[in-house]
Design a protein around this ligand. Structure first.
Ligand SMILES: [Cu+2]
Length: 149
């Protein structure tokens, strides 16, 4: 083998070794950082405190929990287990995210008052259906489905 060919071969082997090492290192370092939980945002729009036409608090109180509630639930999200919901209050008055329905074994979350511009988040560890409302404005209701792993 000529000297030039020999040097070219050594160089090629060195380049391959560097690329393989860098790639393996990158994959290894990536595996060290745990998967970040997904966060689903629910924004509470400006003007949400105004009661919409057609809303009936009697209908809400009688039927929301048991499932025959006639008023539309505008927020419906589906997430994976151990993922989070974050409510952001874009309104000028405070609201809450108060669970009235939760799967067996799950805590019913309750944000307390989320002031203007503030947010509240909850991580849901039990699969199933959650239904929540604003304690002050019951038309601000939503349904969260947490899928089984
Ligand atoms: Cu409210």
């Amino acid at each position: 083998m000529k000297e030039v060919q020999r040097r070219a071969l050594i160089l090629a082997v060195a380049v391959v070794a560097i690329v393989v090492t860098a790639t393996a290192g990158y994959i290894y370092i990536g595996s060290l950082s745990p998967a970040k939980p997904m966060v689903t945002l629910i924004r509470i729009p400006l003007g949400s405190s105004t009661e919409p036409t057609g809303f009936s608090v009697q209908d809400f109180q009688a039927n929301f929990v048991n499932g025959t509630y006639a008023f539309p639930i505008n927020v419906a999200v589906t997430i994976g287990v151990n993922n989070s919901i974050e409510w952001v209050n874009d309104d000028t008055v405070g609201h809450t995210a108060t669970a009235l329905v939760a799967p067996a074994g799950a805590l019913k979350f309750n944000s307390g008052l989320i002031s203007e511009g503030k947010s509240f988040s909850v991580t849901l560890n039990v699969p199933g259906v959650y239904k929540y409302t604003c304690a002050w404005h019951n038309w601000l209701a939503g349904k969260i489905t947490v899928n089984s792993p």
